[in-house]
Write a protein that binds this ligand. Structure first.
Ligand code: UD1
Ligand code: CA
Length: 463
């Protein structure tokens, strides 16, 4: 269900498209369905339906092999009315799992357990005890013990003072045989405090039809918590990051502080990986064995091979092309690696060095204040402080090739397209516009002029 408005978000973005861990809330729910090998997913849309449906097309392409459908609910007359729009798209031989697009942290194992309780024949409700159940639907049982039969769900607004004392609430998640759901939805009415068609009224139909109703009670409130406001979104983001951080630590990853670690995508770590505080990982990132990420790095779409060290305040974003960092490479502090940067083994990239769409072969070094764009850099090349490739002529980009063992002095401009021959040396301050000979020295700058005993101009006395 994703038709609701989400007024309390106070945002133009539809609520279910707000992001948690870098993924839309609704995306988390769809991923969960994919993990359960759902046959079909029906998303009920209403408010901002076009935007939500467009965003979902992308989710489906990432997810499992289910068949994705939309059911429009306009206007929104309650959760039962929402399900009435979806049920024509569902097959009678299946079980329907009802989920909310704004409840992102439900775990697949929990839903598996709920489906097992349903077992193709019972109505299975996911429930939870809450110290303050205000606002939620209450699970009404035939007796006080937890083992007593479930008789109904009564919405808070319809509940008597006595029913409001019940602390077991309905989470909004249920599993129900589709053929029964279809029959019960046809019997709903809106004679209640909110004049809505309540999905929760099907419980009393199940009871009157003699179908068993079970409440599967869990204790982890985060799994059924919905997002209604920016505060709740931030709370669930922390809960999610905490869960991820703990899973990584269980795997052996050493996090300096699990509370200062954020993954907004997919992170894979080898053995003996260390991650210092305030690092953010986005998109798809792979860290090989023994990789160390120092404090305050932002790393997106990048593969880092074994033993490499990323020093503090480094920003890496491979976007679509990706960034590759070879074994034992040293990057940063304050380095910037952009799409298509491919660093070989033992490459050193130092402070204030930017690399874009360039390959650096084994052992090449650019340690200070430099730019390498559209360059092919050979093994053991030393690229001096302040040097840049002038790769863009205002219209087109051109390549710079620096062959093995070349030495580029400080503050050089290599005007592409240009090739620096193997083992060649370029004198500091040169602007190189022509290819240089292997093994030769090229200097392209004004010659130094020195005048002895130079007298500086003196101030003239005022008249
Ligand atoms: C519902 C349950 C309540 C439960 C609570 C858990 C009903 C009648 N009540 O409460 O027992 O404790 O969830 O959070 O089901 N939606 C639509 N169309 C609608 C109405 C809602 O798609 O016409 C969607 C919302 O976008 C949301 C979900 O259904 O994703 C739940 O709606 P919400 O209004 O939050 O639930 P309540 O009715 O308050
Ligand atoms: Ca709600």
């Amino acid at each position: 269900m994703a038709a609701g408005k989400g007024t309390r978000m106070k945002s133009t973005l539809p609520k279910v498209l707000h992001r948690l861990g870098g993924r839309a809330l609704l995306g988390h729910v769809v991923d969960c369905a994919a993990q359960l090998s759902a046959r079909r997913v029906v998303i009920i849309t209403g408010h901002s339906a076009i935007e939500v449906e467009a965003a979902c097309a992308d989710m489906a392409s990432r997810g499992g092999s289910f068949d994705l459908n939309f059911a429009r609910q306009e206007p929104q007359l309650g959760t039962g009315h929402a399900m009435q729009q979806a049920v024509p798209l569902l097959a009678d031989d299946g079980v329907t799992l009802v989920l909310s697009g704004d409840v992102p942290l439900t775990q697949a194992a929990t839903l598996q357990a709920l489906l097992a309780q349903c077992d193709g024949q019972r109505l299975a409700l996911l429930s939870l005890r809450m110290a303050d159940p205000t606002g939620y639907g209450r699970i009404v049982r035939s007796g006080p013990e937890a083992s007593a039969q479930v008789r109904a769900i009564i919405e808070h607004k319809d509940a008597t003072a006595e029913q409001r004392q019940i602390t077991e609430i309905y989470s909004g998640i249920m599993a129900v045989p589709t053929r029964l759901l279809r029959r019960w939805l046809a019997r709903l009415d809106n004679n209640n405090a909110q004049n809505e068609y309540y999905l929760t009224d099907i419980v009393k139909f199940a009871v009157s039809d003699g179908v068993a109703v079970v409440a599967h009670q869990i204790t982890d409130a985060a799994q059924v918590a919905g997002v209604n406001s920016p505060v709740q979104l931030a709370e669930l983001e922390r809960a999610h990051q905490h869960r991820l951080a703990h899973a990584f630590m269980e795997q052996g990853v050493r996090l300096a502080d699990p509370a200062r670690f954020d993954v907004r995508g997919l992170l894979e770590c080898g053995r003996d990986v260390e991650i210092d505080v305030n690092c953010v990982f986005e998109g798809s990132v792979r860290l090989g064995d023994g990789v160390r990420i120092k404090a305050n790095c932002v790393i997106a779409n990048c593969t880092i091979a074994a033993g490499a060290v990323i020093h503090p305040f480094t920003h890496i974003d491979g976007e679509k092309l990706g960034v590759q960092i070879g074994e034992g490479a040293l990057v940063g502090p304050f380095a910037r690696l952009r799409p298509g940067a491919q660093l070989g083994a033992q490459v050193h990239i130092g402070n204030f060095v930017e690399v874009k769409n360039s390959t650096l072969a084994k052992g090449a070094k650019a340690n200070h204040l430099a730019y390498l764009g559209d360059a092919t850099v050979g093994e053991r090349v030393n690229y001096g402080a302040g040097s840049i490739t002038a790769n863009y002529d205002g219209a087109n980009k051109h390549r710079t090739v620096i062959e093995d063992d070349a030495h580029i002095g400080s503050n050089c401009v290599l005007v592409a397209p240009v090739t620096i021959g193997a083992g060649a040396t370029v004198g500091g301050g040169s602007t190189i516009t022509k290819n240089t000979e292997p093994g030769g020295l090229s200097v392209a700058r004004g010659r130094q002029v020195s005048l002895p005993n130079w007298k500086r101009p003196a101030k003239q006395a005022k008249a």
